[in-house]
Design a binder for this molecule. Structure first.
Ligand SMILES: *[C@@H]1O[C@H](CO)[C@@H](O)[C@H](O)[C@H]1NC(C)=O
Ligand SMILES: *[C@@H]1O[C@H](CO)[C@@H](O)[C@H](O)[C@H]1NC(C)=O
Ligand SMILES: *[C@@H]1O[C@H](CO)[C@@H](O)[C@H](O)[C@H]1NC(C)=O
Length: 274
């Protein structure tokens, strides 16, 4: 009886050990996570078997299985039809699937489900989202225009920025010398080259505080997801006589200006007097 108990106990300990140490660190990595339409993407499934035997790895897009890897079967892999999904089998294995010529309809959640069957059965499923974007073929820059070439205090900066066509449409940021004026700014979307062109208009009253600088640089930054950014900048003000680098407080600038003016007045006065 005692021997029996001992055996059961040992068995339970072994089972417990397996439970704790079986199949670990299952995770999925999509590289690149945002892919340009027509390009390739690798869906990588990482896992530690911790001494377990791999039984099956199943791959899903949404709820639908499109690929599986079973090391014990011949052939080891199996494809299931999925519209627009093109698997490069030479570059796919028990840890990854390589997809070619990715189209929009593949955007969505991809999952891998890993199962072991000996000495114990474990299964774990992990998911990640794939984003698909399309950019204009000619990769032209955004277009930034203002209603005046240069601005002064009291003017209203009137600018408009149009993104390069893309899908999804770009979001637009206006930045004036490192200060984000709006972002994402309100945009209007237009159809262009079968894609979307986003345009944003900016009306910004310019106060004296904006001119506490030698230059005013207006930048328009467009984002098609976080991965694809473009920017363009224009100078809308530059001080005719830049403040020398060493003069930092604006008080000193004013004093210098006044001083200069007084000297000028004095010289003119002296001229006339003579
Ligand atoms: C992907 O999964 C996440 C989390 O479950 C969900 O919020 C998101 O809506 C899914 N995306 C798509 C395109 O189904
Ligand atoms: C801004 O500039 C555009 C283009 O010059 C012009 O059509 C629009 O009326 C201007 N907006 C304002 C409020 O001045
Ligand atoms: C953006 O659009 C919303 C809704 O039309 C409006 O309430 C908001 O004032 C706009 N913002 C700017 C900065 O124009």
């Amino acid at each position: 009886m005692l021997v029996m108990m001992d055996i059961i106990e040992t068995f339970l300990i072994i089972q417990f050990t397996i439970c704790v140490f079986g199949l670990k660190n299952v995770n999925i990595v999509i590289e690149p996570p945002i892919v340009e339409k027509g390009n390739s993407v690798t869906i990588q499934c990482n896992y530690d078997l911790e001494g377990e035997l791999l039984y099956i790895v199943k791959w899903y897009r949404g709820q639908r299985e499109f690929y599986r890897y079973v090391p014990q079967s011949r052939p080891t892999t199996m494809k299931f039809p999925f519209n627009g999904l093109d698997i490069d089998e030479d570059q796919s294995n028990e840890n990854r699937v390589h997809l070619r010529n990715v189209d929009y309809n593949l955007a969505g959640n991809f999952s891998c489900e890993v199962s072991t069957d000996a000495p114990a059965f474990y299964t774990n499923i992990v998911s990640k989202e794939l984003k698909v974007v399309e950019l204009s073929k000619n990769k032209r820059l955004p277009v930034l225009v203002t209603d005046k070439p240069k601005y002064e205090e009291g003017d209203v900066l009137n600018a408009s920025c149009s993104s390069s066509p893309s899908n999804p449409a770009a979001s637009i940021y206006f930045i004036l010398n490192n200060i984000v004026i709006c972002g994402p700014c309100n945009t209007t979307i237009y159809k262009k080259e079968g894609l979307w062109l986003a345009r944003s208009n900016l009306l910004l009253p310019l106060f004296p505080s904006h001119f506490n600088t030698d230059n005013l640089i207006l930048r328009c930054v467009t984002h098609v997801t976080d991965r694809y950014q473009q920017e363009i900048e224009i100078q809308i003000y530059n001080r005719p006589y830049p403040i020398p680098q060493r003069v930092i407080s604006s008080g000193a600038i004013l004093t210098n200006g006044k001083l200069l003016l007084s000297c000028l007045t004095l010289s003119i006065f002296v001229c006339f007097y003579k």
